[in-house]
Design a protein. Sequence first.
Lengths: 250, 268
Amino acid sequence: MIALQVENLCVKADNRHLIENITFSVEDGKIIAIIGPNGAGKTTLIKAILGLVPYETGKVSLFGRPFRNSHSDLKVGYVPQRLEFDRTIPLTVSELLGFTLPPVYTIPFLKRKGTREHIDGLLNVVGAQALAQRSIGSLSGGELQRVMIAKAIVNDPKILFLDEPASGVDIEGQERFHDLIKRLNREKGLTVILISHDLNVVYRYSDKVLCMNRKLICTGSPEETLTDEVIKSMYGEMMGAYIHSCHDHD
Amino acid sequence: MTMISEFISYPFIQRALLASVMIGILCPFVGNFVVLRRMSFYSDAVSHSAFAGIAVGALLGIDLSVSSIVVAVLVAVIIAFLSEKTGLAHDTVIGIAFSGTIAAGMLVMGMLKGYRADLFTFLFGDILAITEKDLLLIFIISILTVIILLTFLKPFLQITFNRDLARVEGISVRFFEYLLFLIIAVVITVSLKIIGMILVTSLLIVPAASAKNLASSMKRLFVYSCIFGIVSGVMGLAVSIYLDTSSGPTIVLVSVGIFFLTMLKRAG
Protein backbone atom coordinates (compact mmCIF):
# COMPACT_ATOMS: atom_id res chain seq x y z
CA MET A 1 0.00 0.00 0.00
CA ILE A 2 1.17 3.53 -0.76
CA ALA A 3 1.48 5.51 2.46
CA LEU A 4 2.41 8.84 0.93
CA GLN A 5 1.87 10.03 -2.61
CA VAL A 6 3.21 13.42 -3.68
CA GLU A 7 2.47 14.63 -7.20
CA ASN A 8 3.94 17.68 -8.96
CA LEU A 9 4.31 19.66 -5.78
CA CYS A 10 5.40 23.29 -6.30
CA VAL A 11 5.98 25.85 -3.58
CA LYS A 12 6.72 29.46 -4.46
CA ALA A 13 7.78 32.45 -2.38
CA ASP A 14 8.35 35.92 -3.84
CA ASN A 15 7.85 34.54 -7.34
CA ARG A 16 10.70 32.09 -6.81
CA HIS A 17 10.31 28.33 -6.73
CA LEU A 18 11.33 26.86 -3.40
CA ILE A 19 10.46 23.42 -4.69
CA GLU A 20 9.40 22.53 -8.19
CA ASN A 21 7.42 19.59 -9.53
CA ILE A 22 8.35 17.10 -6.85
CA THR A 23 6.75 13.71 -7.40
CA PHE A 24 7.40 10.62 -5.33
CA SER A 25 5.68 7.94 -3.32
CA VAL A 26 6.48 5.99 -0.17
CA GLU A 27 5.26 2.48 0.55
CA ASP A 28 3.68 1.69 3.88
CA GLY A 29 6.20 0.58 6.52
CA LYS A 30 9.26 1.93 4.73
CA ILE A 31 11.84 4.51 5.74
CA ILE A 32 12.61 7.12 3.13
CA ALA A 33 15.46 9.58 3.55
CA ILE A 34 15.35 12.99 1.89
CA ILE A 35 18.77 14.43 1.18
CA GLY A 36 20.06 17.53 -0.53
CA PRO A 37 22.31 20.53 0.12
CA ASN A 38 21.33 23.43 2.36
CA GLY A 39 18.55 25.45 0.76
CA ALA A 40 17.45 22.51 -1.41
CA GLY A 41 13.90 22.79 -0.09
CA LYS A 42 13.81 19.66 2.08
CA THR A 43 12.13 21.31 5.05
CA THR A 44 9.78 23.20 2.70
CA LEU A 45 8.82 19.89 1.12
CA ILE A 46 7.89 18.32 4.46
CA LYS A 47 6.08 21.46 5.59
CA ALA A 48 4.13 21.58 2.33
CA ILE A 49 3.15 17.92 2.70
CA LEU A 50 1.98 18.63 6.25
CA GLY A 51 0.07 21.72 5.19
CA LEU A 52 2.28 24.09 7.17
CA VAL A 53 3.23 26.07 4.07
CA PRO A 54 0.82 26.56 1.16
CA TYR A 55 1.70 25.03 -2.20
CA GLU A 56 1.02 26.52 -5.62
CA THR A 57 0.20 23.32 -7.43
CA GLY A 58 0.32 19.61 -6.76
CA LYS A 59 -1.40 16.93 -4.79
CA VAL A 60 -0.60 15.18 -1.53
CA SER A 61 -2.38 12.06 -0.37
CA LEU A 62 -1.84 9.91 2.68
CA PHE A 63 -2.99 6.31 2.51
CA GLY A 64 -5.05 7.13 -0.55
CA ARG A 65 -6.82 10.12 0.97
CA PRO A 66 -6.16 13.81 0.30
CA PHE A 67 -4.19 15.30 3.14
CA ARG A 68 -5.68 18.25 4.96
CA ASN A 69 -4.47 20.01 8.09
CA SER A 70 -7.40 19.08 10.23
CA HIS A 71 -7.50 15.37 9.47
CA SER A 72 -6.39 14.19 12.86
CA ASP A 73 -7.68 10.68 12.13
CA LEU A 74 -4.87 10.24 9.58
CA LYS A 75 -2.53 10.14 12.57
CA VAL A 76 0.61 11.90 11.55
CA GLY A 77 3.65 12.38 13.76
CA TYR A 78 6.08 15.24 13.17
CA VAL A 79 9.40 16.18 14.73
CA PRO A 80 10.58 19.55 13.37
CA GLN A 81 14.19 20.50 12.74
CA ARG A 82 14.23 23.26 15.34
CA LEU A 83 11.48 23.20 17.89
CA GLU A 84 10.62 26.75 18.81
CA PHE A 85 8.99 27.08 22.18
CA ASP A 86 9.25 29.17 25.31
CA ARG A 87 11.89 27.40 27.43
CA THR A 88 10.49 28.99 30.59
CA ILE A 89 7.05 27.39 30.11
CA PRO A 90 6.15 25.42 33.27
CA LEU A 91 5.18 22.26 31.43
CA THR A 92 6.28 18.79 32.42
CA VAL A 93 7.08 16.08 29.92
CA SER A 94 4.17 14.05 31.27
CA GLU A 95 1.76 16.99 30.81
CA LEU A 96 2.96 17.63 27.27
CA LEU A 97 2.29 14.04 26.27
CA GLY A 98 -1.03 14.04 28.14
CA PHE A 99 -2.23 17.11 26.21
CA THR A 100 -1.57 15.29 22.97
CA LEU A 101 -3.64 12.28 23.94
CA PRO A 102 -7.34 12.05 23.01
CA PRO A 103 -10.00 13.06 23.87
CA VAL A 104 -9.03 16.56 22.78
CA TYR A 105 -11.96 18.41 24.31
CA THR A 106 -11.75 17.54 27.95
CA ILE A 107 -10.28 18.95 31.15
CA PRO A 108 -6.65 17.84 30.88
CA PHE A 109 -5.74 17.74 34.56
CA LEU A 110 -8.28 15.06 35.45
CA LYS A 111 -6.69 11.68 36.00
CA ARG A 112 -7.91 9.24 33.37
CA LYS A 113 -7.59 5.53 33.67
CA GLY A 114 -4.62 4.19 31.77
CA THR A 115 -3.20 7.58 30.78
CA ARG A 116 -0.31 7.45 33.23
CA GLU A 117 0.58 3.90 32.20
CA HIS A 118 0.39 4.83 28.52
CA ILE A 119 2.70 7.84 28.97
CA ASP A 120 5.15 5.87 31.13
CA GLY A 121 5.20 3.04 28.59
CA LEU A 122 5.85 5.49 25.78
CA LEU A 123 8.69 7.21 27.63
CA ASN A 124 10.11 3.78 28.30
CA VAL A 125 10.09 3.02 24.56
CA VAL A 126 12.15 6.15 23.81
CA GLY A 127 14.41 5.66 26.83
CA ALA A 128 13.11 8.74 28.62
CA GLN A 129 11.26 7.20 31.55
CA ALA A 130 13.24 9.29 34.05
CA LEU A 131 12.10 12.51 32.40
CA ALA A 132 8.34 12.27 33.07
CA GLN A 133 8.22 14.96 35.75
CA ARG A 134 10.99 17.13 34.31
CA SER A 135 10.17 20.55 32.92
CA ILE A 136 10.28 20.51 29.13
CA GLY A 137 12.51 23.62 29.08
CA SER A 138 15.18 21.98 31.24
CA LEU A 139 15.85 19.09 28.85
CA SER A 140 19.08 18.72 26.89
CA GLY A 141 18.99 18.50 23.09
CA GLY A 142 19.07 14.70 23.10
CA GLU A 143 16.48 14.38 25.86
CA LEU A 144 14.16 16.82 24.09
CA GLN A 145 14.44 14.89 20.84
CA ARG A 146 13.48 11.65 22.60
CA VAL A 147 10.51 13.37 24.20
CA MET A 148 9.49 14.85 20.85
CA ILE A 149 9.62 11.39 19.32
CA ALA A 150 7.41 10.17 22.16
CA LYS A 151 5.02 13.06 21.47
CA ALA A 152 5.05 12.25 17.75
CA ILE A 153 4.11 8.61 18.38
CA VAL A 154 1.80 9.12 21.37
CA ASN A 155 -1.32 8.71 19.25
CA ASP A 156 0.01 5.66 17.45
CA PRO A 157 0.53 7.39 14.08
CA LYS A 158 0.83 5.57 10.81
CA ILE A 159 3.46 7.91 9.44
CA LEU A 160 6.30 9.92 10.98
CA PHE A 161 7.94 13.02 9.50
CA LEU A 162 11.37 13.73 10.96
CA ASP A 163 13.19 16.88 9.90
CA GLU A 164 16.85 16.41 10.82
CA PRO A 165 15.72 15.08 14.17
CA ALA A 166 19.20 14.32 15.47
CA SER A 167 20.76 17.70 14.71
CA GLY A 168 22.31 19.17 17.85
CA VAL A 169 22.54 15.76 19.50
CA ASP A 170 25.91 14.18 20.34
CA ILE A 171 27.15 11.24 18.28
CA GLU A 172 26.14 8.61 20.84
CA GLY A 173 22.72 10.24 21.14
CA GLN A 174 22.32 10.27 17.35
CA GLU A 175 23.09 6.56 17.19
CA ARG A 176 20.54 5.76 19.91
CA PHE A 177 18.01 8.00 18.22
CA HIS A 178 18.31 6.37 14.80
CA ASP A 179 18.23 2.88 16.34
CA LEU A 180 14.99 3.89 18.05
CA ILE A 181 13.46 5.02 14.77
CA LYS A 182 14.47 1.77 13.10
CA ARG A 183 13.03 -0.22 16.00
CA LEU A 184 9.70 1.66 15.81
CA ASN A 185 9.66 1.09 12.08
CA ARG A 186 10.20 -2.65 12.55
CA GLU A 187 7.96 -3.19 15.58
CA LYS A 188 5.08 -0.84 14.81
CA GLY A 189 5.32 -0.84 11.02
CA LEU A 190 5.73 2.94 11.02
CA THR A 191 6.34 4.67 7.74
CA VAL A 192 9.13 7.20 8.26
CA ILE A 193 10.03 10.24 6.15
CA LEU A 194 13.42 11.41 7.35
CA ILE A 195 15.49 14.43 6.35
CA SER A 196 19.16 13.87 7.03
CA HIS A 197 22.49 15.36 6.04
CA ASP A 198 24.31 12.30 7.27
CA LEU A 199 24.90 9.84 4.43
CA ASN A 200 25.90 7.17 6.96
CA VAL A 201 22.41 7.39 8.42
CA VAL A 202 20.88 7.24 4.96
CA TYR A 203 22.78 4.05 4.12
CA ARG A 204 22.18 2.34 7.44
CA TYR A 205 18.56 3.13 8.12
CA SER A 206 16.63 4.01 4.97
CA ASP A 207 14.97 1.75 2.42
CA LYS A 208 14.75 4.49 -0.13
CA VAL A 209 16.43 7.82 -0.73
CA LEU A 210 15.14 10.92 -2.42
CA CYS A 211 17.77 13.39 -3.62
CA MET A 212 16.60 16.91 -4.29
CA ASN A 213 17.84 20.38 -5.00
CA ARG A 214 14.62 22.31 -5.41
CA LYS A 215 13.75 19.70 -8.04
CA LEU A 216 13.83 15.97 -7.68
CA ILE A 217 17.26 14.70 -8.76
CA CYS A 218 16.83 10.99 -8.22
CA THR A 219 15.05 8.43 -6.12
CA GLY A 220 15.62 4.75 -5.36
CA SER A 221 17.54 2.53 -2.96
CA PRO A 222 20.57 4.26 -1.35
CA GLU A 223 23.03 1.81 -2.92
CA GLU A 224 21.72 2.35 -6.44
CA THR A 225 20.91 6.01 -6.21
CA LEU A 226 23.81 7.62 -4.37
CA THR A 227 26.40 7.45 -7.10
CA ASP A 228 29.50 9.63 -7.16
CA GLU A 229 27.95 11.82 -9.85
CA VAL A 230 24.76 12.41 -7.89
CA ILE A 231 26.63 13.23 -4.70
CA LYS A 232 29.07 15.53 -6.47
CA SER A 233 26.25 17.31 -8.28
CA MET A 234 24.55 17.99 -4.97
CA TYR A 235 27.38 18.52 -2.50
CA GLY A 236 30.53 19.09 -4.56
CA GLU A 237 33.80 17.18 -4.99
CA MET A 238 34.59 16.62 -1.29
CA MET A 239 31.52 14.53 -0.73
CA GLY A 240 32.44 12.27 -3.62
CA ALA A 241 35.26 10.93 -1.46
CA TYR A 242 32.98 10.69 1.57
CA ILE A 243 30.52 8.47 -0.24
CA HIS A 244 33.20 5.81 -0.69
CA SER A 245 33.85 5.75 3.05
CA CYS A 246 30.12 5.20 3.67
CA HIS A 247 30.11 2.28 1.27
CA ASP A 248 33.24 0.87 2.90
CA HIS A 249 31.68 0.96 6.37
CA ASP A 250 28.73 -1.05 5.16
CA MET B 1 -12.79 41.90 64.45
CA THR B 2 -15.95 43.88 65.11
CA MET B 3 -14.81 46.42 62.54
CA ILE B 4 -14.33 43.68 59.91
CA SER B 5 -17.74 42.12 60.53
CA GLU B 6 -19.30 45.58 60.44
CA PHE B 7 -17.67 46.29 57.10
CA ILE B 8 -18.70 42.93 55.66
CA SER B 9 -22.31 43.61 56.61
CA TYR B 10 -22.44 46.45 54.08
CA PRO B 11 -23.93 45.22 50.77
CA PHE B 12 -21.48 47.27 48.67
CA ILE B 13 -18.54 45.63 50.50
CA GLN B 14 -20.09 42.19 49.95
CA ARG B 15 -20.45 42.92 46.23
CA ALA B 16 -16.88 44.23 46.10
CA LEU B 17 -15.57 41.09 47.82
CA LEU B 18 -17.48 38.80 45.48
CA ALA B 19 -16.27 40.77 42.47
CA SER B 20 -12.66 40.67 43.64
CA VAL B 21 -12.83 36.89 44.10
CA MET B 22 -14.40 36.34 40.66
CA ILE B 23 -12.03 38.70 38.88
CA GLY B 24 -9.20 37.24 40.97
CA ILE B 25 -9.89 33.86 39.38
CA LEU B 26 -10.94 34.99 35.92
CA CYS B 27 -8.15 37.43 35.06
CA PRO B 28 -5.19 35.22 36.06
CA PHE B 29 -6.79 32.15 34.46
CA VAL B 30 -6.89 33.96 31.12
CA GLY B 31 -3.73 35.88 31.98
CA ASN B 32 -1.72 32.65 31.96
CA PHE B 33 -2.19 32.54 28.19
CA VAL B 34 -1.35 36.26 27.90
CA VAL B 35 1.95 35.63 29.74
CA LEU B 36 2.83 32.33 28.05
CA ARG B 37 2.05 33.69 24.59
CA ARG B 38 3.65 37.08 25.26
CA MET B 39 0.45 38.99 24.51
CA SER B 40 0.82 41.76 27.10
CA PHE B 41 0.87 44.48 24.46
CA TYR B 42 -2.23 42.99 22.86
CA SER B 43 -4.13 43.06 26.15
CA ASP B 44 -3.04 46.66 26.67
CA ALA B 45 -4.33 47.58 23.22
CA VAL B 46 -7.66 45.86 23.85
CA SER B 47 -8.13 47.55 27.23
CA HIS B 48 -7.40 50.93 25.67
CA SER B 49 -9.75 50.21 22.78
CA ALA B 50 -12.50 49.86 25.37
CA PHE B 51 -11.94 53.60 25.95
CA ALA B 52 -13.28 54.24 22.45
CA GLY B 53 -16.20 51.91 23.21
CA ILE B 54 -17.01 53.82 26.40
CA ALA B 55 -16.86 57.14 24.55
CA VAL B 56 -19.14 55.88 21.76
CA GLY B 57 -21.54 54.41 24.33
CA ALA B 58 -21.70 57.74 26.18
CA LEU B 59 -22.28 59.64 22.94
CA LEU B 60 -25.04 57.31 21.76
CA GLY B 61 -26.56 56.90 25.21
CA ILE B 62 -26.19 53.12 25.35
CA ASP B 63 -24.93 50.93 28.24
CA LEU B 64 -21.20 51.61 28.62
CA SER B 65 -20.39 47.97 29.51
CA VAL B 66 -22.07 46.78 26.32
CA SER B 67 -20.45 49.41 24.08
CA SER B 68 -16.99 48.75 25.55
CA ILE B 69 -17.34 44.97 25.04
CA VAL B 70 -18.55 45.44 21.44
CA VAL B 71 -15.68 47.76 20.49
CA ALA B 72 -13.03 45.67 22.29
CA VAL B 73 -14.22 42.48 20.56
CA LEU B 74 -14.26 44.30 17.22
CA VAL B 75 -10.71 45.54 17.74
CA ALA B 76 -9.62 42.03 18.80
CA VAL B 77 -11.01 40.57 15.57
CA ILE B 78 -9.41 43.33 13.47
CA ILE B 79 -6.01 42.72 15.11
CA ALA B 80 -6.26 38.96 14.55
CA PHE B 81 -7.43 39.42 10.96
CA LEU B 82 -4.78 41.99 10.00
CA SER B 83 -1.99 39.98 11.63
CA GLU B 84 -3.04 36.93 9.66
CA LYS B 85 -3.71 38.58 6.31
CA THR B 86 -1.15 41.38 5.98
CA GLY B 87 1.98 39.59 7.11
CA LEU B 88 2.81 42.64 9.24
CA ALA B 89 4.48 41.97 12.59
CA HIS B 90 1.92 41.31 15.30
CA ASP B 91 3.13 44.19 17.49
CA THR B 92 2.94 46.59 14.53
CA VAL B 93 -0.72 45.73 13.97
CA ILE B 94 -1.40 46.03 17.70
CA GLY B 95 0.40 49.40 17.82
CA ILE B 96 -1.78 50.71 14.99
CA ALA B 97 -4.97 49.47 16.67
CA PHE B 98 -3.80 50.85 20.02
CA SER B 99 -3.16 54.40 18.80
CA GLY B 100 -6.14 54.37 16.41
CA THR B 101 -8.66 53.44 19.10
CA ILE B 102 -7.21 55.88 21.66
CA ALA B 103 -7.40 58.68 19.08
CA ALA B 104 -10.98 57.71 18.18
CA GLY B 105 -11.92 57.60 21.87
CA MET B 106 -10.43 61.04 22.52
CA LEU B 107 -12.19 62.47 19.49
CA VAL B 108 -15.57 61.12 20.57
CA MET B 109 -14.98 62.20 24.21
CA GLY B 110 -14.46 65.73 22.90
CA MET B 111 -17.93 65.65 21.39
CA LEU B 112 -19.58 64.88 24.75
CA LYS B 113 -21.21 67.71 26.57
CA GLY B 114 -20.84 68.30 30.32
CA TYR B 115 -18.95 66.36 33.01
CA ARG B 116 -19.43 62.56 33.03
CA ALA B 117 -18.28 61.05 36.33
CA ASP B 118 -19.32 57.54 35.22
CA LEU B 119 -16.65 57.57 32.51
CA PHE B 120 -13.95 57.92 35.15
CA THR B 121 -15.14 54.67 36.77
CA PHE B 122 -14.04 52.89 33.59
CA LEU B 123 -10.78 54.79 33.39
CA PHE B 124 -9.59 54.20 36.95
CA GLY B 125 -11.99 51.53 38.25
CA ASP B 126 -14.02 51.54 41.45
CA ILE B 127 -14.74 48.16 42.97
CA LEU B 128 -16.93 49.74 45.65
CA ALA B 129 -19.26 51.13 42.97
CA ILE B 130 -20.05 47.64 41.58
CA THR B 131 -23.79 47.11 41.17
CA GLU B 132 -25.71 43.83 41.31
CA LYS B 133 -26.08 44.02 37.53
CA ASP B 134 -22.28 44.34 37.13
CA LEU B 135 -21.81 41.39 39.48
CA LEU B 136 -24.19 39.25 37.47
CA LEU B 137 -22.37 40.14 34.24
CA ILE B 138 -18.99 39.26 35.79
CA PHE B 139 -20.43 35.99 37.12
CA ILE B 140 -21.87 34.93 33.74
CA ILE B 141 -18.68 35.86 31.86
CA SER B 142 -16.53 34.08 34.49
CA ILE B 143 -18.53 30.85 34.27
CA LEU B 144 -18.61 30.89 30.45
CA THR B 145 -14.91 31.71 30.15
CA VAL B 146 -13.79 29.04 32.59
CA ILE B 147 -15.99 26.41 30.91
CA ILE B 148 -14.68 27.31 27.43
CA LEU B 149 -11.06 27.45 28.54
CA LEU B 150 -11.23 24.19 30.47
CA THR B 151 -12.99 22.38 27.62
CA PHE B 152 -10.47 23.61 25.07
CA LEU B 153 -7.47 23.72 27.38
CA LYS B 154 -5.64 20.93 25.56
CA PRO B 155 -5.73 22.63 22.12
CA PHE B 156 -4.99 26.04 23.67
CA LEU B 157 -1.93 24.63 25.44
CA GLN B 158 -0.80 22.69 22.38
CA ILE B 159 -0.93 25.90 20.32
CA THR B 160 0.87 27.77 23.11
CA PHE B 161 3.63 25.15 23.06
CA ASN B 162 4.12 25.08 19.28
CA ARG B 163 1.68 26.15 16.57
CA ASP B 164 3.08 23.90 13.83
CA LEU B 165 2.89 20.76 15.96
CA ALA B 166 -0.65 21.65 16.99
CA ARG B 167 -1.65 22.09 13.34
CA VAL B 168 -0.13 18.75 12.33
CA GLU B 169 -2.05 17.11 15.16
CA GLY B 170 -5.28 18.32 13.57
CA ILE B 171 -6.03 21.35 15.76
CA SER B 172 -7.67 24.30 14.03
CA VAL B 173 -5.08 26.85 15.13
CA ARG B 174 -6.88 29.73 13.42
CA PHE B 175 -10.19 29.05 15.21
CA PHE B 176 -8.61 28.75 18.64
CA GLU B 177 -6.45 31.84 18.18
CA TYR B 178 -9.50 33.94 17.29
CA LEU B 179 -11.35 32.41 20.24
CA LEU B 180 -8.52 33.28 22.64
CA PHE B 181 -8.35 36.85 21.29
CA LEU B 182 -12.09 37.21 21.88
CA ILE B 183 -11.97 35.72 25.38
CA ILE B 184 -9.16 38.08 26.40
CA ALA B 185 -11.11 41.06 25.00
CA VAL B 186 -14.29 40.13 26.89
CA VAL B 187 -12.47 39.44 30.17
CA ILE B 188 -10.66 42.77 29.97
CA THR B 189 -13.82 44.74 29.36
CA VAL B 190 -15.81 43.13 32.19
CA SER B 191 -12.91 43.87 34.55
CA LEU B 192 -12.72 47.55 33.60
CA LYS B 193 -15.20 48.78 36.19
CA ILE B 194 -13.24 47.10 38.96
CA ILE B 195 -9.66 47.88 38.12
CA GLY B 196 -9.90 50.54 35.42
CA MET B 197 -8.71 50.74 31.84
CA ILE B 198 -5.22 51.87 32.79
CA LEU B 199 -4.47 49.04 35.23
CA VAL B 200 -6.62 46.14 34.01
CA THR B 201 -3.77 44.46 32.11
CA SER B 202 -1.79 44.17 35.32
CA LEU B 203 -4.42 41.91 36.87
CA LEU B 204 -4.11 39.62 33.87
CA ILE B 205 -0.35 39.57 33.82
CA VAL B 206 1.02 39.99 37.35
CA PRO B 207 -0.61 36.99 39.15
CA ALA B 208 0.18 34.78 36.15
CA ALA B 209 3.79 36.00 36.09
CA SER B 210 4.07 35.40 39.86
CA ALA B 211 2.72 31.87 39.41
CA LYS B 212 5.18 31.25 36.58
CA ASN B 213 8.01 32.15 38.97
CA LEU B 214 7.03 29.25 41.24
CA ALA B 215 5.20 26.66 39.13
CA SER B 216 6.98 23.57 37.92
CA SER B 217 3.96 22.28 36.00
CA MET B 218 1.01 23.65 34.05
CA LYS B 219 -1.43 22.42 36.68
CA ARG B 220 0.40 24.37 39.37
CA LEU B 221 0.59 27.44 37.15
CA PHE B 222 -3.20 27.61 36.92
CA VAL B 223 -3.74 26.90 40.62
CA TYR B 224 -1.09 29.37 41.86
CA SER B 225 -2.16 32.16 39.50
CA CYS B 226 -5.79 31.94 40.69
CA ILE B 227 -4.68 31.90 44.35
CA PHE B 228 -2.48 34.97 43.77
CA GLY B 229 -5.35 36.66 41.90
CA ILE B 230 -7.83 36.06 44.74
CA VAL B 231 -5.31 37.11 47.42
CA SER B 232 -4.47 40.29 45.45
CA GLY B 233 -8.15 41.15 45.00
CA VAL B 234 -9.32 40.48 48.56
CA MET B 235 -6.23 41.80 50.32
CA GLY B 236 -6.06 44.82 48.02
CA LEU B 237 -9.69 45.60 48.76
CA ALA B 238 -9.18 45.23 52.52
CA VAL B 239 -6.06 47.42 52.49
CA SER B 240 -7.79 50.06 50.36
CA ILE B 241 -10.71 50.23 52.83
CA TYR B 242 -8.37 50.32 55.82
CA LEU B 243 -6.06 52.99 54.38
CA ASP B 244 -8.82 54.77 52.49
CA THR B 245 -6.96 54.51 49.20
CA SER B 246 -8.21 53.83 45.64
CA SER B 247 -9.15 50.16 45.33
CA GLY B 248 -7.79 49.50 41.80
CA PRO B 249 -4.22 50.71 42.34
CA THR B 250 -4.12 49.08 45.80
CA ILE B 251 -5.12 45.68 44.36
CA VAL B 252 -2.47 46.04 41.66
CA LEU B 253 0.21 47.04 44.19
CA VAL B 254 -0.59 44.00 46.33
CA SER B 255 -0.25 41.74 43.28
CA VAL B 256 3.06 43.43 42.38
CA GLY B 257 4.21 42.83 45.98
CA ILE B 258 3.36 39.13 45.60
CA PHE B 259 5.29 39.10 42.34
CA PHE B 260 8.45 40.39 44.03
CA LEU B 261 8.06 37.83 46.83
CA THR B 262 7.85 35.04 44.25
CA MET B 263 10.92 36.50 42.54
CA LEU B 264 12.79 36.19 45.85
CA LYS B 265 11.65 32.59 46.21
CA ARG B 266 12.69 31.87 42.64
CA ALA B 267 16.10 33.47 43.14
CA GLY B 268 16.52 31.55 46.41
